[in-house]
Design a protein around this ligand. Sequence first.
Ligand SMILES: Cc1ncc(C[n+]2csc(CCOP(=O)(O)OP(=O)(O)O)c2C)c(N)n1
Ligand SMILES: [Mg+2]
Length: 613
Amino acid sequence: MRLTVAQALVRFLGNQWSERDGVERRLVAGCSGIFGHGNVAGIGQALAEQGAGTADVLPYYPARNEQAMVHTAVGYARTRNRLSTFACTTSVGPGATNLVTGAALATINRIPVLLLPGDVFATRVASPVLQELEDPRSYDVTVNDTLRPVSRFFDRINRPEQLPSALLAAMRVLTDPAETGAVTLALPQDVQAEAYDWPEELFRRRVWHVARPVPEPAALARALELLRRSRRPLVVAGGGVIYSEASEQLAAFATRHGVPVAETQAGKGAVPYDHPCSVGAVGHTGTAAANALARDADLVIGVGTRYTDFTTASRTLFGSAAFLNVNVAAFDAAKHSGETLVADAREALRALDPGDWTADPGWTTGAAELTHDWQEQVSLLTTGDALTQPVVLGMLNEVARPADVVVNAAGSMPGDLHRLWRAGGPGTYHVEYGYSCMGYEIAGGLGVKLAAPEREVFVLVGDGSYLMMAQEIVTAVQEGVKLVVVLVDNHGFASIGGLSESVGGRRLGTASRMRGATGELDGAFLPVDLAANAASLGADVLRADGPESLRVALTNARESARTTVVHVETVPGPGPDTTAWWDVPVAEVSDLPEARRARLVYERAKRAQRPYL
Ligand SMILES: Cc1ncc(C[n+]2csc(CCOP(=O)(O)OP(=O)(O)O)c2C)c(N)n1
Ligand SMILES: [Mg+2]
């Protein structure tokens, strides 16, 4: 079949399916793109040429920023539990390098996305071409090489013959739960348009079976042995529980054996907040209940978690516990010198049957009491007359229905959400905290809504994140994809301001203020109207200035069929206390007394850090 490389690629992608538990879905559900001279005549032409109604349809979605395209693909793929994703096509040069942040985010969060950056001419006949790097040491290096360390598979298609094997490898990595992340095929612009005689078999319908590896018997026996010796076990549920759809098995295991379940950011919602075994968020942004249990546990059963520093409180949280790590990736299972159970979370929890073993009854009831006390604190913090951030979140939690989705990524909200949000179940809590990337919120939320159009999607975004990347509101409006964007405006980087103060940094550069008479950034608030900005992008805008008007705005926004931005200014106020540390180094020497004080506090805290050997 004589086609260009780009036409062959598009035709191939339209015929790829994933399968798990007997259900087949399109592996690549669509292609986001921004066209330039590096892809318009290649992938752009191929996307335009595909006929509607044939097997090889890859719907095209425009975007406004290449980084945002990857966020949208991640939002989509995470919502589809990694069984389906998007491709992203870009031009050469800046269009391609704009992918790097998104690729890192995808790989760190272990979410499959397919990146198709254009690349400079393979023939090099007219080098240097527009936007070419020109590395004097090697003509083989292009700006796209920046995507190598953040991709789980990277290849450059310099000849048409290379395409088939690269495509097959790309699909394998996308659908391998242990290896998945960003997959990049760099496509030199001349090669994209080059014709070749392809074998018909390349375009046959292919089904990629997403594995559910079962535990090795000897490893299972060791895990059961460890479990039976434990009196005070604690499950730490990560994103793997959700991607594996193991919530029911986890709840059954926890209930049967009296094991409390704590959740990471990616794992939150693995069990609903009101499940009797749930003790909520764990780690630096954890609940007082979960963190108290983490300190006393004798066994931490990590299920599908990467154990980031937020989860382990920079390795200070889990007192003297041993680790049993259930993970589909051996790399994660091996962390903290744990006993490893390399397996799919659902299969592992099914197999992990220690008979009538239970945790100490006092441990189980104590966990429930701590959680009850914590929930009372949540109710106190999230209600009131002043629009503090916890009150805003509490109001949204009340207006949202249990199946609605909340999306967030960076700033002070992820911590508050982790502790305070009452998640209705898996897939309802979508906080990107592997990369905590400002600007993920709206673009990622768009992907969530594309993947789950039946759900209401509430995107929470801070003023800083909004300013960094709000432009996909335009795409949401264009596509008729309805989002509710709650823009929480506190005039600056509240999170980093607080952190700065705590490390002796005097909040430098964290408030949205004019340069004042003294030459410092301490003047009046910036004359910036973000609500007007959102309106100018085509969204409906509602402004809320008190708890009642916020309730009405959120309710109306939820009812509306159009993308609606609810703008709310928050006031400083009480929030949940941090009950676990986070390692942020403090200046070892300083002329500022507050920095010297902070250093002393830091050195004391650091002594609690364990190597977990
Ligand atoms: C792309 C990116 N740049 C910088 C940071 C570091 N950072 C984390 S939170 C934050 C401020 C976020 O401000 P805003 O969205 O207003 O949230 P707030 O802290 O006020 O809650 C910054 C700069 C980041 N996470 N991502
Ligand atoms: Mg802010």
